[in-house]
Design a protein around this ligand. Structure first.
Ligand SMILES: [Zn+2]
Length: 272
């Protein structure tokens, strides 16, 4: 009982101190916001600078097939996405580079501010030391913090057929890693990629786009029969084939997928 009373009293004292401390800080902050010359100069400089806000390209994908999950790396997945986003991404990387140049100028202007401790109103009733430290704090709060680094984070998940995720991998790519990939993607001859590594990545991801859900709906559409020899069989025996092979630029769409038995699929190979 005695212990409880002591606990109550000490926590009440602590809370009171906390509230008094907060109120005091608020009073100082309000004074600074209204009267600090350094802060006013900072806000004027802030008005002159417009930094680029970059949107996020972070991406993720859930594979319900363990083999695809193991075969496909985060880099493969990024390369695949860059096919469609590379113009936007390169533009954003350039804009972030501009931010860096601009931020350098901004910092030089900020550093030149030397009017700390000068106020438009009398500070007689305030603790000078405390006022000075709060002014620094508020000043730092109002400094612009533009984006100076470009990143894309790719997260790949592996799920069971019921959707429960049991594994994941994640990698963050910087602009220094992304720009060479874009360059390699641009090394193209018509529809053909000259860079074999890039082409292999794209094929792996394209192949991995056949989810189990898609697989079973193709089987169903084709009546659980091989579209070449007409044999029906258990799922172990049936496979999904890209009619126009991925290696020849075929895509993973319902129109381009068919059910084949293992034997016919092996014979067909990369033929179209
Ligand atoms: Zn067959």
């Amino acid at each position: 009982m005695f212990f409880l009373i002591i606990l109550c009293i000490s926590s009440t004292i602590l809370i009171t101190f906390y509230i008094v401390f907060k109120l005091r800080n608020k009073k100082y902050k309000d004074f600074i916001l209204k009267n600090s010359i350094a802060l006013k100069q900072l806000l004027d400089i802030n008005d002159k600078y417009h930094f680029y806000e970059c949107k996020s390209y972070d991406d993720s994908h859930v594979y319900d097939n363990n083999d695809f999950y193991n075969n496909i790396s985060c880099e493969d997945y990024l390369i695949y996405q860059l096919q469609f986003k590379k113009y936007e991404v390169s533009k954003d990387i350039k804009n972030i580079d501009n931010n860096i140049v601009l931020y350098d100028l901004y910092c030089k202007e900020i550093v030149a501010i030397n009017s700390f401790g000068n106020f438009n109103s009398s500070t007689e009733k305030l603790n000078q030391k405390h006022l000075y430290s709060i002014e620094k704090e508020v000043f730092n709060q109002y400094k612009l913090k533009p984006i100076l680094h470009f990143y894309i984070t790719i997260t790949l998940y592996c799920s069971k057929i019921n959707g429960q995720i049991y594994a994941s991998k994640r990698k963050t790519f910087t602009s220094d890693q992304i720009l060479p990939l874009i360059k390699r993607l641009d090394n193209k001859n018509g529809g053909f990629y000259n860079d074999k590594g890039i082409w292999d990545s794209l094929c792996r991801v394209e192949r991995g786009r056949v989810s189990n859900k898609m697989r079973f709906s193709i089987y169903k559409r084709d009546g659980y029969r091989c579209r070449i020899c007409g044999r029906s069989g258990c799922f172990d025996y049936l496979e999904i084939d890209h009619i126009k092979p991925i290696a020849k630029g075929g895509k993973t769409t319902y129109d381009n997928l068919q059910t084949l038995c293992r034997r016919c699929n092996k014979e067909k190979g990369d033929k179209y």
